[in-house]
Design a protein around this ligand. Structure first.
Ligand code: GAR
Length: 210
């Protein structure tokens, strides 16, 4: 009998937590099989997503930086993740750059979602950047996190149109609906292990017959 070991996922947030909720829903509905959301960590005590996670019975933890050095702040988070044997870290609106130390501790096991078609418009205010640039299409990207800003290998993307009368909010809402779906799809692929990274390309492997 083949025993599948469940991947323990940690989700890091800074705010609203709608992507966290979408991932937790996808795990619950088995759209992301063989996984559990073990903990939600926020660097902001008032992040609305913390209450949402707590209400669903997920362990939550606040880890604020409070004037500490980045490495010191992260050391606390890394220790918590290692204690809980976390296999995958999903950044979901976590608005801090991770240090090389964090990235090394979880090499190839940190994902991020970004509200633009990377490599266009990395960093803050991606939707504003897209509108200011006058693009006709934008979207969202799920990628592996490496030591570059929003620059790791791309796992999945979704495209949305940009309309002439769009505001930052209307565009953000259109992109967000796609984020919720594509993040679950990307996490399911990574948890399945059915992929390989060739250069910068994340390639889906043909499923082995079990
Ligand atoms: C999402 O749009 C996510 O893509 C973005 O923050 C929002 C968080 O919303 N992340 C970034 O801009 C990271 N560079 P949520 O808290 O409702 O998931």
């Amino acid at each position: 009998m083949l025993i599948m070991i469940s991947t323990r996922i940690a989700i890091l947030i800074s705010g609203r937590g709608s992507n966290m909720t979408a991932l937790a829903d996808a795990v619950e509905s088995n759209r992301i099989p063989n996984a559990e959301v073990s903990i939600v960590i926020s660097d902001k005590a008032d992040a609305a997503g913390l209450k949402l996670a707590h209400a669903r019975g997920i362990e939550t933890l606040v880890c604020e930086r409070k004037g500490r050095k980045r490495e010191e702040h992260e050391a606390g988070i890394i220790a918590k993740l290692q204690e809980r044997e976390i296999g995958l870290v999903c950044l979901a609106g976590y608005m801090r750059l991770l240090s090389p130390c964090f990235i090394q501790a979880f090499t190839g096991r940190i994902l991020n979602i970004h509200p633009s078609l990377l490599p266009s418009f990395p960093g803050l205010d991606a939707q504003r950047q897209a509108l200011d640039h006058g693009v006709k299409f934008s979207g969202c990207t799920v990628h592996f996190v490496d030591d570059t800003l929003d620059g790791g290998p791309i796992i999945a993307q979704r495209v949305v149109p940009v309309f002439e009368d769009d505001t930052e909010q209307t565009l953000a809402n259109r992109i967000l609906a796609e984020e919720h779906d594509v993040y679950a799809e990307a996490v399911a692929l990574v948890v399945s292990g059915d992929y390989e990274i060739v250069g910068r390309q994340v390639k889906q492997r043909a499923k082995a017959i079990k």
